[in-house]
Design a protein around this ligand. Sequence first.
Ligand SMILES: *Cc1c(COP(=O)(O)O)cnc(C)c1O
Length: 404
Amino acid sequence: MPPLPAEAGFGTRAIHAGEAGDPSRAYLNPIYQTASFRFDSFEESDATFAGERPGYFYTRNGNPTIAALEAKLAALEEIGLGEPARALAFGSGMAAVSAVLLALAEAGGQIISQEALYGVTYHIQAALLPRYGIGVTFVDPSDPAAVARALDEANGRARAVLLETPVNPTLRCMDIAAIAQIAHAHQALLIVDNTLATPYAQRPLALGADVSVYSTTKFISGHGAIIGGAAVMPASADFVPWLELYRKNLGAIPSPFDAWLTALGLRTLHIRMERHCANALAVARFLETQPQVTRVYYPGLPTSPDYALASRQMTAFGAMVSFEVKGGMEAARRVLDAVRLCVITPTLGTLDTLITHPATMSHRDLTPAERQRMGISDGLIRLSIGLEDVTDIIADLEQALAQL
Ligand SMILES: *Cc1c(COP(=O)(O)O)cnc(C)c1O
């Protein structure tokens, strides 16, 4: 398979990277739906296990279908990085986040984390890591000085800083380049959960981060058919062998079929994101004009507190739009009951426009005080804008808001 030219653009990489490597010359990579691989002899088995001969032997350790997906993920994140990237696919976004945290932290170490982030990521850090003697300090990194203070207080014990930007569901943005510099000055690594932006809209490694993590369940696979995850880092990063070891030993690899569906979805990521983002901007602008809406959260609106930062560090503003309706919980309930096109479902990043109520869905288990700290009011509604005709999305929201 000839390598892609270094200057190949995002769309070309999304389509061509990781393809055309099959020995039978299948047009699409075949699905190697197998648990293990055969050897022809003792010698071949011995050399493969010794690592002296390239080859697969057991799918928990690796599989050609999964490797093809990883080649695509690495090629997309590599743009602007100046060195090869390495991607590892996981069985879920949480498997990727957990393995990265475990690979980077050690007993006695400290993680500096954002407080307002994906609920399960928060829970792993608040409740599970401390059981292994790993401390976690939660800060609000929209002020990078708060990260610097936490790193100072960790007194050399900080191993990593974890960010999510834009953050779900308020879509606040964190300054990746500034925080990477601060983290590195303290010998800590920067992990960025880039699920909401995808590498189409934001490339954390090129901005100085050490690892990008993804729930590929969302926009990356794009069709809401699989649960998956990924971690992408410079191929030379010294923690790559640790991460491989954790994935293998925890058994956190995806199935070949899920990896194949994810790679198929990735081939249209750029086209989907273009439309997702254009539709999202139009919906955000529409919502700003609605009297029943008290606030719209979208980093691509000039009224957003993060518009300047997002314009600098993102190449597009993403597909997530949140808004607050007048009338709190009762008004939010009426909007969710009134929509006809938008689908009520607790995920994001599929072809349809999805609507959720964070206070009773994704952030239900938090206390009202915690929700308030994270900016999640009872009247907050989150949309994952889909690929429908935008006039239809807007018409649906308009008729739903008219019920208030
Ligand atoms: C969904 C999500 C995750 C978790 O991913 P799963 O694939 O559901 O395990 C992590 N981070 C963010 C930002 C997410 O949206």
